[in-house]
Design a protein around this ligand. Structure first.
Ligand code: ATP
Length: 622
């Protein structure tokens, strides 16, 4: 019944019979002299003007893009059109049922037309915008008679301050379920509002990120940001320079791929001091602070990178060869556990260094690292060193007694070097301490609980010692929960190019002399040597070269004769030189691909089978 509308037009009072918002809108429509008999053709944009308007409302359209089809699908996809209007009531987007849309077009309910209340009288789009509130305008509630076939529901789309940015309208044939459809329109408007806020946040984030980038580039320190997956999201130029890499080669990579430290540290606790080394052994430390959200979940970490002053005296592992990388990877995995570790390797391969590395990378890193060489001491001395004694325990015992290494290593790590040389009597006592997790000093009746991780090392074959009953089987099993094999230097000669410059720096630092350079020719001798004394021998060799040096460079002339003689005696044939070169190249490719054959073959430009054959022929271990 459109009686109320007719009576209103005829000047009768119908206020109590019509929804207040509709009545107020009718009155405004009269005031604006809207012609209720005619569909107005006013304020309809040309195609190019509509394009301009849509361009200006790009984010509103983008925010509505997924919402309009969703709302349309909720309506059962028929006899409706879903419209998006801007803040001046211009329809800028429409989707709907084709027959209904062509009917709607006849009254200009289509893109390009403005449905401001001042022009088209009471209607859902214009009145929702005017009142900044959701509204349904059905049938005769429209001010213009020709619009009476329509039923429309609209809700304003507001910014966070409540200012209308646009309007979402659903129009269909009159006589529909009014409340339900108004709720759908309101939900659609809400979804668009959420999308708009998201865009705003994205823009803000971009703005902050650019600001952070600029600020970090101005910092006098290296700056590093890592997300919760361990991916490096930002590093400033200084930070990249400290690592000897370009920013673009770092950002986007996993931190574990860039730093020689183990991957584990990235995934767990971020607030730690990280020590890493570059190829020349320069120490770089990083303090990373974890960033968490309100729920306490980790978002990542940010921190600084700087060269550490104490770098050389506090050295971790030097060397980048593939066997070394393998060893370090295993060491870092072991570090995260509390298991006992047994390190096996020839003398001078760096067993103590790797033990220290495990300690430093472990959760016990803040605790002490206490080392004891079991080979150099008599049985009684080892016992008193390990377990300590009380005053008067034996003749010559110190006044006040002395704590043993186990006590000193509490909450940390004890490193028992040359464990194969430990006398059987001490082995029994050691086993007891490991089982009971408590020590008593010699001459004492009291015991003390201790929390110590044991890392033992030997160059001997403990299995053979067990067979000869020189080593206790039960102790052997207790120690070798995890074993780590340190390859001799001749099997990782690539490390020489990392170690030699490091030892030069170390020696020059202790001599207080300027740092020497090293002639490339020297390496062909160093690489050909078999290094029975391993890294320790290399260090000694470098020290004697420095002592003999007479210029700023270490040259072949400074090499001790034994190294020259050895090399000269077994002057490599062209074939061995070629093989060595090939071996190095293959090892290099395998290092790049972390031991993966197919990609390494690709780098080398050879087939996979050829690479397998070469690895076998040249006895390449990786
Ligand atoms: N990868 C390395 N990086 C830096 N220095 C190393 C490395 N490996 C060994 N060294 C140095 O070589 C020397 C020997 O190392 P270490 O004492 O750890 O060897 P080891 O295997 O325990 O020897 P031994 O069995 O004779 O006790 C030390 O001066 C150590 O600093």
């Amino acid at each position: 019944m459109n009686n109320q509308w007719k009576r209103f037009i005829n000047g009768e009072s119908v206020e109590s019979e019509v929804t207040p918002s509709i009545y107020r809108s009718w009155q405004r429509s009269l005031k604006h002299q809207v012609d209720y008999t005619l569909v107005s053709n006013e304020d309809i944009l040309t195609t190019s003007r509509l394009r301009e308007r849509r361009d200006a409302q790009e984010s509103l359209i983008r925010a509505g893009e997924p919402v309009l089809p969703y709302i349309f699908s909720l309506l059962g996809n028929s006899n409706y059109t879903v419209l998006l209007g801007d803040n001046e009531g211009y329809i800028i987007e429409a989707m709907g049922d084709a027959p209904f849309m062509s009917k709607a077009q006849k009254v200009n309910l289509s893109p390009g037309a403005s449905w401001r209340e001042e022009i088209r009288g009471t209607n859902a789009i214009g009145t929702a915008l005017r009142d900044n509130a959701p509204i349904s305008v059905c049938g005769w509630e429209h001010f213009v008679h020709d619009n009476h076939f329509l039923a429309c529901w609209a809700a304003p789309i507001q910014d966070s301050q409540g200012t209308p940015l646009g309007v979402l309208d659903i129009s269909g044939e009159a006589s529909q379920d009014r409340e339900k459809i108004l709720a759908i329109a309101m939900m659609g408007a809400g979804m668009i509002e959420k999308n708009l806020r998201l865009f705003e946040l994205e823009n803000q984030l971009k703005f902050y990120q650019e600001g952070a980038k600029l600020a970090s580039s101005l910092l006098q320190q290296g700056f590093l940001a890592i997300d919760h997956n361990g991916i490096i999201t930002n590093i400033n130029t200084l930070g990249a320079a400290l690592l000897g890499l370009k920013q673009e080669d770092i950002i986007g990579r996993h931190a574990g791929d860039i730093f020689s430290s183990p991957k584990g540290w990235m995934l767990g606790e971020y607030s730690l001091n990280l020590r890493i080394k570059d190829r020349a052994g320069k120490g770089i430390s990083s303090h990373l602070k974890r960033v968490v959200n309100e729920a306490g979940q980790s978002l990542g970490a940010v921190g600084t990178l700087q060269i550490t002053q104490e770098s050389l005296s506090d050295t971790l592992w030097i060397g980048h060869s593939l066997p070394t990388q393998r060893t370090l990877e295993r060491a870092s995995k072991v570090a995260a556990t509390h298991s006992s570790v047994l390190i096996h390797g020839e003398s001078g391969t760096g067993k103590e260094i790797i033990a220290r590395t495990i300690h430093q990378l472990s959760p016990r890193c803040e605790g002490p690292f206490v080392a004891l060489n079991c080979a150099s001491l008599s049985p009684t001395l080892i016992e008193s060193e390990l377990f300590g004694y009380v005053e008067g325990a034996f003749t010559g015992a110190r006044r006040g007694g002395k704590p043993g290494k186990f006590e000193l290593a509490d909450k940390g790590t004890i490193f028992l070097d040359e464990i194969g040389d430990m006398p059987l009597s001490v082995q029994v006592a050691l086993l007891r301490v490991l089982q009971e997790k408590e020590v008593s000093r010699i001459g004492d009746t009291k015991t003390k609980k201790i929390n110590v991780r044991v890392i033992a090392a030997t160059h001997k074959d403990l299995n053979a010692l067990v067979e000869k009953e020189q080593f206790r089987l039960d102790l052997y099993y207790r120690l070798k929960v995890v074993t780590l094999e340190l390859p001799p230097l001749r099997e990782r000669s690539e490390d020489i190019k990392d170690l030699a410059p490091y030892f030069i720096r170390k020696a020059c630092e202790s001599f207080g002399s300027p740092v020497f350079g090293i002639d490339e020719d020297v390496y062909s001798y160093l690489l050909a040597h078999t290094w029975p004394g391993n890294v320790r021998e290399l260090e000694n060799c470098i020290e004697s070269m420095i002592a003999l040096a007479d210029g700023p460079m270490l040259t072949v002339a400074n090499l001790p004769d034994e190294y020259k003689k050895n090399v000269l005696k077994s002057q490599p044939t062209t074939e061995t030189l070629l093989n060595q070169q090939t071996k190095q190249t293959i090892l290099y490719a395998l290092t790049q691909t972390r031991g993966k054959i197919a990609p390494a073959a690709k780098i080398l430009g050879i087939g996979r089978n050829t690479l397998y054959r070469k690895i076998k022929e040249l006895d390449i271990k990786f």
